[in-house]
Design a binder for this molecule. Structure first.
Ligand code: ATP
Ligand code: ZN
Length: 855
């Protein structure tokens, strides 16, 4: 037995820690609790050995072994090592990110009867309890009760046994010592029974005479496909609106008791379902699910390429324990908006299952695209597990263990699902691979898309990155044949991509003399759309009412007290009890700070405060004034706080209850609403001016994606983009639906400056509560970087970060660009050593490899 174990701990130090095993040798990959500078920390065992450490410190012993077997399989341990190396992140922090949350540490015991136990039970049954025992007769009876209870062989939880038999924990442990029972740890069993109430329309009932409210409920249920969680239904009924005799939209709530009446009359039915299986029911009535389509030739070709790659990967039999990268097959599925990528994903995952493998689908944010999870649920039923950030720690643990026990073989999740402990993984899909939410913005600062590629490589399996607007990084890889390019250039059903018109807002001003928010063109087109009974979407990519509050006298903007960020003005919400922050206020969108709208300028006491820059809230108000008859909905962080809000909004859109939608970039995310024919883009220009080399790429992506929402049904679509920079190449190529043209142009700008994908980028930040310290550290690191021999590395800065203060922390940064990853990693290791020597605390240093946000 090994005397020592090396443990990775979640502390910002790039090393592991050695502990004495004290006779309890945990498996590599198991979790342990250990003492660490006065605390008890959970760590993961990486190595067991007999090499006496030479540090001279007195070694401590592990306090508790939490898992009998490795919680993380070797595959994920290898991935963790890669991440720690690649992102220059402490291994313990990487591992912590891989495991379900610490709620998991509370574990339960399962007891099982042994052969000895069975023998005792049978002897007792024959002879009565005549054995010699030090126990009281009551306790002896309890022991028999326990054995009886376990006789079937089913492992049973301690709590269940205790309440069923009255046995104490000590009594059970005594039985384990005598060898009558075996005990094993099982952390997740306790959550298996979590359920929720779902309301279902009973099919084929003859309807009795119903009143208006009852009919409205049935319509609501039909709109949701005949099935809705009780909570969602209750909420939809509470917030229901109707059009009154004057044509105005008025609140028309329906009491919950009406649902109960319908259940009593056998028209609806309530069912208890395991919680994890309600995956979002937003689906337009009559619309087919992704897996129900017969693939068109473009989809079929993409599918066949993926299928063939899976078959090749499956060929060598020794996976995954001895994975060779032979089956690794990265593919970029470049399919225009509305080309039907979801159906390709569904078909590919189906064939992974047919080959006896599991499949992982990563999505940017489940809350924003509930229909993706819903589609996969429709296709794969209870084979699906969901992992996303809105789960409670217990729910998360439950899903995690379902996956680990291979009860779910189709795993859908956001960023951290890339670490799901999936056995026999055969395919990884990354939807909307360009999406910024795949990047984790705290330690370990990994990019889930890139980690997914590495996981596929370590396992030797295919991976598909899908997008209508691939990141330049992925595109570059496809161009250099590192990724196989699969293209779908056509929309399904031969639908055309919508024509995009750029409206020059400078010209608009010259002609009208007015600084209008909406151009005449957009208003005319929107009116025509609404009159035709179609739907329109307008993007206003800032939330709130006005995003700048400025003093006319001194010119100062009102900034957040905690952050170097202008505050946004919010007006009271119309139906204010729905929102956490009602009332008129200023809000910081970085730290959430609120303050009252001041009467006077805080700097010069002038009373002339000026509010400008329309956000989505103001957009909604102005649109309502222009189109009083329109049924307007708003989609932004103020109206959509969770998945239920999003589902509710989408549901009303599909049902046509909303015919004009205004919102932030949330409206651009993958929604497939067939009635939308017109899309307007207002005020995207500011993003072009941001100090970030990806600004043009982001604007191109946003315009292309939001344009992609138009014309997905039978009627053709049309897009109107208002801009002050109609000649900017991001605008021009987006208007022409020319991704390749955009990428070529963009590369010309990036290549000479060694920006990704031509170079490797790292943003190094120093953080401190005092400006002096942050600045001084940055300058010392800067000096080191400028003077050290770091071949192939260019250094920009130090300088205050674009957001120079965030949540009261001052921020300086240095940008590093390198020709190769090796050069970058060498420079970063040297930098960390230097920082360590100079006493710059690791906590105050951010090393953001492949940084996505430079602010
Ligand atoms: N073979 C097919 N025939 C007809 N319709 C199809 C077919 N495949 C998919 N569809 C439908 O086409 C629409 C668009 O599909 P989907 O949402 O998957 O597009 P997408 O490629 O993901 O687009 P985006 O990038 O804009 O999200 C959906 O309504 C889907 O049901
Ligand atoms: Zn703030």
């Amino acid at each position: 037995m090994a005397r020592f174990v090396d443990v990775a701990l979640p502390v910002p130090l790039d090393q592991t820690f050695t502990y004495l095993t004290d006779g309890r040798e945990p498996q590599v990959g198991a979790r342990v609790l250990v003492p660490f500078s006065g605390q008890r920390l959970m760590g993961v065992v990486l190595r067991a050995h007999d090499e006496e450490p030479t540090t001279g410190f007195e070694l401590k012993a592990i306090q508790q072994v939490l898992d009998d077997t490795a919680l993380l399989p070797p595959e994920l341990l290898r991935l963790a090592h890669w991440i720690a190396q690649y992102y220059v992140a402490p291994l313990g922090e990487v591992l912590r990110g891989m495991l379900p949350l610490s709620a998991e540490v509370r574990r339960t015991w399962l007891y099982r009867i042994t052969d000895t136990g069975r023998k005792i039970l049978h002897e007792g049954a024959e002879k009565g309890s005549s054995r010699r025992s030090r126990l009281s007769p009551e306790d002896q009876n309890r022991e028999y009760a326990v054995l009886n209870r376990l006789e079937s062989g089913e492992p049973t939880r301690m709590a269940t046994l205790r309440s069923a038999t009255g046995a104490s924990k000590a009594l059970l442990e005594g039985m384990v010592r005598k060898g009558w029972l075996a005990r094993e740890a099982e952390a997740a069993e306790r959550d298996a029974a979590r359920t929720e109430r779902v309301i279902v329309t009973v099919p084929d009932v003859r309807l009795p005479k119903l009143n208006d409210n009852q009919l409205a409920i049935l319509a609501e249920m039909a709109g949701a496909g005949g099935e809705l969680s009780a909570a969602a239904l209750r909420r939809n009924l509470r917030e229901r609106t109707a059009i009154n005799a004057d044509g105005a939209l008025v609140p028309a709530p329906i009491p919950d008791s009406t649902v109960a009446t319908l259940i009593r009359r056998g028209i609806l039915r309530a069912e208890e379902r395991p919680l994890s299986f309600h995956l979002g029911g937003v689906h337009a009535p009559g619309k087919k699910h992704a897996h129900e389509h017969t693939l068109n030739p473009g989809q079929q070709a993409a599918f066949e390429a993926i299928h063939a790659a899976m078959q090749r990967a499956a060929a060598p039999a020794q996976q995954p324990a001895d994975a060779s990268p032979a089956g690794f097959a990265p593919m970029l599925l470049f399919g225009v908006t509305g080309s039907g990528k979801t159906a390709v994903y569904a078909a590919a995952m189906r064939s992974a299952l047919d080959l006896g493998r599991s499949a992982l689908l990563l999505v940017p944010e489940i809350g924003l695209t509930p229909s993706m999870a819903g589609q996969m649920h429709a296709a794969f039923g209870h084979d699906v597990a969901l992992l996303h950030s809105q789960l409670t720690p217990d729910e998360r643990a439950e899903q995690w263990h379902r996956i680990r026990r291979s009860e779910a073989r189709v795993i859908i999740g956001t960023r951290s699902a890339v670490f799901a402990p999936i056995a026999n993984l055969g395919l990884i899909l990354v939807d909307e691979e360009h999406d910024g939410s795949y990047k984790q913005e705290e330690t370990p600062r990994y990019h889930a898309r890139d980690v997914a590629v590495m996981r596929a490589k370590l396992l030797g399996i295919p991976i598909v990155l899908g997008s209508a607007t691939p990141s330049l990084e992925s595109w570059h890889n496809a161009e250099r044949n590192r990724y196989r390019l699969l293209r779908m250039d056509e929309r399904v059903g031969n639908r055309p991509l919508p024509p995009v018109e750029l409206v020059d807002m400078r010209e608009e001003f010259r002609q009208t003399g007015e600084d209008a928010l909406f151009s005449r063109e957009l208003i005319t087109e929107t009116r025509a759309t609404l009159n035709r009974g179609e739907q329109a979407i307008i993007l206003l990519n800032r939330r709130g009412y006005s995003y700048v509050v400025m003093c006319r006298s001194c010119g100062e903007r009102i900034e957040c007290e905690n952050c170097a960020i202008a505050m946004t003005h919010h007006r009271p919400a119309a139906n204010s009890d729905l929102h956490a922050h009602a009332g008129e206020r200023l809000e910081c969108h970085y730290c959430g700070a609120l303050r009252r709208v001041p009467q006077k300028c805080p700097h010069c006491q002038s009373e002339h405060l000026y509010f400008y820059g329309a956000g989505s809230q103001q957009g909604e108000e102005r649109l309502q004034a222009i189109f009083p008859e329109a049924r307007i909905g708003r989609m932004d962080r103020d109206t959509v706080r969770g998945r239920a809000d999003m589902e509710h909004l989408l549901h009303r859109l599909h049902a046509g209850e909303i015919n004009l939608l205004v919102g932030t970039q949330m409206i651009a995310k993958g929604h497939d609403i067939h009635g939308v024919t017109t899309v307007g883009v207002v005020g995207c220009d500011h993003a072009l001016g941001l100090p970030d080399f990806r600004a043009a790429e982001r604007v191109f992506q946003l315009i292309t994606q939001v344009s992609g929402r138009a014309g997905r049904g039978d009627a053709p679509g049309r897009v109107i983009v208002q801009t002050f920079h109609p000649d900017h190449y991001a605008m021009r190529f987006a208007a022409m639906h020319d991704y390749v043209g955009f990428a070529d142009k963009e590369k010309q700008f990036r290549r000479p400056f060694l920006y990704p994908p031509f170079g490797v980028l790292t943003n190094v930040l120093t953080l401190s509560e005092t400006m002096g310290e942050a600045s001084e550290w940055a300058h010392r690191l800067g000096q080191h970087l400028h003077s050290a021999a770091n071949p192939g590395v260019r250094v920009l800065g130090p300088a205050p970060a674009p957001v120079s203060r965030l949540k009261r922390i001052f921020r300086f940064h240095i940008l590093l660009k390198a020709d190769t990853r090796q050069h970058m990693q060498a420079a970063l290791r040297r930098l960390l050593h230097f920082a360590d020597r100079e006493g710059v605390p690791r906590r105050n240093l951010v090393i953001d490899v492949d940084a996505i946000s430079l602010s």
